[in-house]
Design a protein around this ligand. Structure first.
Ligand SMILES: [Zn+2]
Ligand SMILES: [Zn+2]
Length: 367
C-alpha cells in the first residue's frame, strides 16, 4: 500500500457550511476559487459549458463501505454516489455560468462550503450539445401535442412506462396506482380513444384512492379539465366514455388484494416485521422497500382478467361544463363564480362569508 498526496487547486464557496441533502446544495450556485498558481490552467475555460469537478468530501468519513442511500436502498459505496467513501472523493458534472478571473461560478455542484477542489476537467460538451438539441426538438413537438409521450406508451401497451410517469404526480408507486394504469390503458385501447382534455372523452371514477391518479394520468381526464366525474360510491371501478355515451366500465374483482398479495409472497412477511412490528433494522427496511416496489410493478404483470371485469355500458353524460361569470363578494372583496354566490340587497356574498353549507372532497369522499 502506498499513499498519494494531492494538493488542492482551489476551494468551493457557497452557503452550506454543513453536510445537507445533495439536491439542496445543487439547487444553489457555487463559486470555485482557483488558487493563483493554477490560474494558467483556466485558459479559455469560458468556451466550455460543462465541467467535471473532482473534490474532497472534507467533512465526511469513511468508516463504512455500504449504506442506506438517499433513495432508501442499501448499497455498497462503489454502487452509489455516497459521500462516505474510502478516498472521500466527489465527482460532479456542473454547468459553468461564468468565469471572473480566478473565480468560476457554477450550477449543479453538490460540494459544501470550503470543500477542497482537486481537479477540474472539461466534460464532453459536443455530446451534451447533441442531447440538448434533441431535447429542444422534443419540446417543440410536445408544445403541439402535449400527450404525445403518453399516447405512444398507450399504443405500445407499455404500462410500466406509464406508471413511472404517473408517479410524477402520484408521488409513489403502489398497487392502487398500478390498477388505475391497467384499467385506464385497457379502456383507452378498447375505445381507441384520444384525449385532448376538452370533455369529449370522459372518465367517471367511483373511487378517490390511488387508482384515480392512474386513471387521470392515462386518460387525460382530470379534475381540472372537467373531464373527470367523481361518482362517490366507493368502488374500485371506472367508466371511460365518449360523449355519445358509448363507454366501457371496468371493475376490480372482489379478492383483487389477495391476488396482488399472492403474486408477491415475500411482501406479507416483511410488512409484518417492518410496518406492523416497527422493526427498524436498516437492511430489513431496505429489503421491504425493494419488495414493495417489486409488488407495485409486479401488479402490472398480473393478467387483466384476474383483477378486473369489463363491460360495455351506456353512460349518462353531463353537458359541457358551463362558463360562469365572476362577481365580487361584498364582504371579503374576493372574486367568486356567480353560481357560487348568493345575491342580496348589497350585491353578492360568497359561500364562505354567507356561512353556507359547503361540500368538501377529501380523503373521506364528498361530505
Ligand atoms: Zn398510492
Ligand atoms: Zn366573501
Amino acid at each position: 500500500m502506498y499513499t498519494i498526496d494531492m494538493n488542492p487547486i482551489g476551494i468551493v464557496k457557497n452557503n452550506f457550511d454543513k453536510p445537507a441533502p445533495f439536491n439542496d446544495i445543487k439547487a444553489q450556485p457555487s463559486t470555485i476559487v482557483i488558487y493563483d498558481e493554477y490560474a494558467e490552467a483556466l485558459t479559455n475555460i469560458d468556451e466550455v459549458i460543462y465541467l467535471d469537478i473532482v473534490f474532497n468530501f472534507h467533512l465526511s468519513h469513511n468508516d463504512k463501505l455500504a449504506h442506506t442511500t438517499y433513495f432508501g436502498d442499501f448499497r455498497g459505496v462503489f454502487a452509489s454516489r455516497s459521500p462516505f467513501r474510502p478516498n472521500l472523493i466527489g465527482v460532479t458534472r456542473v454547468k459553468l455560468v461564468r468565469r471572473e478571473g480566478n473565480h468560476l461560478l457554477v450550477e449543479g455542484l453538490d460540494a459544501i462550503n470550503n470543500s477542497p477542489v482537486l481537479d477540474i476537467k472539461s466534460s464532453d460538451t459536443s455530446h451534451l450539445a447533441d442531447n440538448d438539441d434533441t431535447l429542444g426538438q422534443q419540446r417543440e413537438l410536445l408544445k403541439k401535442r402535449p400527450r404525445m409521450e403518453i399516447e405512444k406508451l398507450i399504443a405500445q401497451n407499455d404500462m410500466e412506462g406509464l406508471m413511472i410517469k404517473a408517479a410524477q404526480i402520484h408521488g409513489h408507486f403502489c398497487p392502487g396506482l398500478a390498477m388505475g394504469i391497467m384499467a385506464a390503458t385497457q379502456a383507452m385501447r378498447e375505445l381507441k380513444a384520444q384525449s385532448d382534455g376538452m370533455e369529449d372523452l370522459l372518465a367517471i371514477t367511483e373511487t378517490n384512492n390511488c387508482m384515480a391518479d392512474g386513471i387521470q394520468f392515462v386518460t387525460g381526464c382530470t379534475f381540472g379539465n372537467n373531464a373527470l366525474i367523481f361518482n362517490d360510491v366507493g368502488k374500485n371501478a371506472f367508466t371511460l366514455t365518449h360523449r355519445n355515451g358509448k363507454g366501457i366500465r371496468i371493475v376490480a374483482k372482489p379478492g383483487n388484494q389477495a391476488t396482488i398479495n399472492d403474486a408477491s409472497p415475500d411482501f406479507k412477511n416483511l410488512y409484518q416485521k417492518v410496518v406492523a412490528e416497527q422493526n427498524h433494522d436498516e437492511q430489513l427496511i431496505a429489503q421491504y422497500k425493494k419488495v414493495s416496489l417489486n409488488r407495485s410493478f409486479g401488479t402490472l404483470q398480473i393478467p387483466f382478467d384476474m383483477l378486473f371485469t369489463m363491460q360495455q355500458v351506456d353512460a349518462e353524460i353531463p353537458s359541457y361544463a358551463p362558463m360562469f361569470e365572476s362577481v365580487v363578494c361584498s364582504n371579503c372583496g374576493e372574486s367568486v363564480m356567480s353560481s357560487r354566490a348568493i345575491k342580496n340587497n348589497d350585491g353578492y356574498r360568497c359561500y364562505s362569508c354567507n356561512n353556507s353549507t359547503i361540500r368538501f372532497l377529501d380523503g373521506h369522499g364528498i361530505h
